[in-house]
Design a protein around this ligand. Sequence first.
Ligand code: NI
Length: 135
Amino acid sequence: MLYVTRKMHFSAAHRLHNPALSDDENLGIFDKCNNPHGHGHNYILEVTVCGKPNPATGYVIDLKKLKKIIDDEIITKVDHKHLNFDVGFLESVIPTVENLAVAFWNILYTKIKEGKLYKITLFETETSFVEYYGE
Ligand code: NI
């Protein structure tokens, strides 16, 4: 089994806020990330696909095709957007790095036909990131 990864970048704003909780509770939980008008991150998204190389091409998945899928399905929808307001598939989702990784997985899982989606790695900062393997 081989694992191939495409790394992508996007920049977006978000606010961590749960409308079911009071403003004080939100501030207590999310602290600076609860800033009323949001704040921004330069995210790094890594999408890993696993499989055996196709004997005809030598590719598990053509990385140009994988890039286009990630661009079309994710990057164009989130880059330079406010994740709380501008992204249909994130409606009513608290845009933590965890929830973003799961949302991206759910979209990409159905779109990747060569190989199989194996892992989503999403960096919110240089030092903080999540990995999601589905389920
Ligand atoms: Ni943040």
